[in-house]
Ligand binder design. Structure first.
Ligand code: NAD
Length: 351
């Protein structure tokens, strides 16, 4: 395996791995470890170029630093990406990825992300111990997606309270983009509370499941931005809130699980503020998974009841971000950033 260190300003350690025997091409980025070891999921995606993969891992790992800072998980920010299509997945590929993770000697700890599940992580575990999100039977915290969905649900209720004056989702119409692991479970919470769903997904199978099991109405992937709804919930990939989509959105709030929802954080947060659309900062609302996984590393091991209490705090954390933004006349993104940076600064000062 050939490992190349990349010198990226503002990042602690970024590396690329190529392994001819297994076809592995991957990047790992450790953004910041002020608050603890860098923990973040492993994403497998068929990136169109190495540059696109590198850009993604840099954005995602930086987002993890802020996410863990606001959620007070005691962890830093890191992430990994594999450049491959889902049909190229194999145990050998993930074992090779485990060897790459191991070269970080615990500075980076991995978990699930898009296209990487518990079974894949069991292969990663064969070559490194720096893996979380393993099955509950093996002492782990399991798949983080239900926890992420729960956090998004309580966060969406906070957004509803701020935007509509009532936290209830009963009768609310949510445009849900991506009904995969997190999106489907979030949709289930919404429907159970009496909300309604319009969904879009590039997977016909996932669309069918949402229509049949959640009573959702389906639209074509690109039409989701035009749906006249109360809340837009991005639960697919990032950067869907941008110059093209913001003028099309007909919602009062954005509350979803995807990472890096804003193409340009400052520009597009401000554009949303000017349009009167409340934005629940992605790394605050989608922290349920990392909170759940972080409890796996605590003394005494994983404790589900403690995890739920901490995940449900996302509701209060968001209300506080919304209030700061309202009082100071700044974007909700800036308000969240201020909390994240204050926590990093106070930890840095006492380190
Ligand atoms: P997933 O792969 O299970 O689901 C993603 C879904 O989005 C799939 O059904 C996919 O077909 C669909 N999709 C992809 N491109 C699309 C497009 N252009 N239009 C519509 N649908 C599209 O992934 P997931 O674990 O549910 O994660 C969803 C998002 O939430 C990702 O951005 C992920 O980074 C983020 N997130 C996930 C977790 C977690 O615990 N899984 C935690 C934090 C953040």
């Amino acid at each position: 395996m050939k490992i190349t260190l990349l010198d990226i300003p503002g990042y602690e350690r970024v590396a690329k791995a190529q392994d001819d025997a297994t076809g592995l091409l991957a990047f790992i980025a450790v953004h910041d470890r002020t608050l603890g070891p860098a923990l973040g999921g492993m994403r497998l995606w068929n990136y169109e170029s190495e540059d696109a993969a590198l850009t993604d891992v840099l954005r995602l790992s930086r987002g993890m630093t802020f996410k863990s800072s606001v959620a007070r998980t005691g962890l830093g920010g890191g992430k990994s990406v594999l450049v491959a299509s889902a049909d190229q997945k194999s145990p050998e590929l993930f074992e090779a990825m485990g060897r790459f993770v191991d070269t970080f000697e615990g500075k980076y700890i991995t978990a699930e992300d898009v296209n990487v599940g518990v079974a894949d992580l069991l292969s990663v575990r064969k070559s490194t111990k720096y893996v979380t999100g393993l099955p509950r039977e093996q002492g782990g915290s399991g798949n983080p997606s239900p926890s992420t969905a729960r956090g998004c649900y309580v966060g969406m209720k906070a957004a509803a309270l701020e935007a509509f004056g009532d936290a209830s989702l009963e009768g609310k119409l949510v445009a849900l983009q991506g009904v995969g692991s997190v999106g489907y479970t979030l949709g289930r919470h919404i429907v159970d509370e009496g909300g309604k769903l319009v969904v879009a997904d590039i997977s016909q199978e996932n669309v069918g499941r949402a229509v049949n099991e959640l009573g959702a109405t389906a639209v074509e992937p690109d039409a989701i931005y035009d749906v006249d709804c109360d809340i837009y919930a991005p639960c697919a990939l990032g950067a869907t809130v941008n110059d093209d989509t913001i003028p099309r959105l007909k919602c009062k709030a954005i509350a979803g699980a995807a990472n890096n929802q804003l193409l340009d954080e400052n520009v597009h947060a401000e554009a949303l503020r000017q349009r009167g659309i409340l934005y629940a900062p992605d790394y605050v609302i989608n922290a349920g998974g990392i909170i759940n996984v972080s409890l796996e590393l605590e003394e005494g091991g994983y404790n589900e009841a403690a995890a739920i209490v901490k995940i449900d705090n996302i509701h209060e954390a968001l209300l506080s971000v919304f209030e700061t933004a309202r009082v100071k006349g700044i974007t909700t993104h800036e308000a969240a950033q201020q909390v994240a940076e204050a926590n990093l600064a106070s930890a840095g000062a006492t380190a």
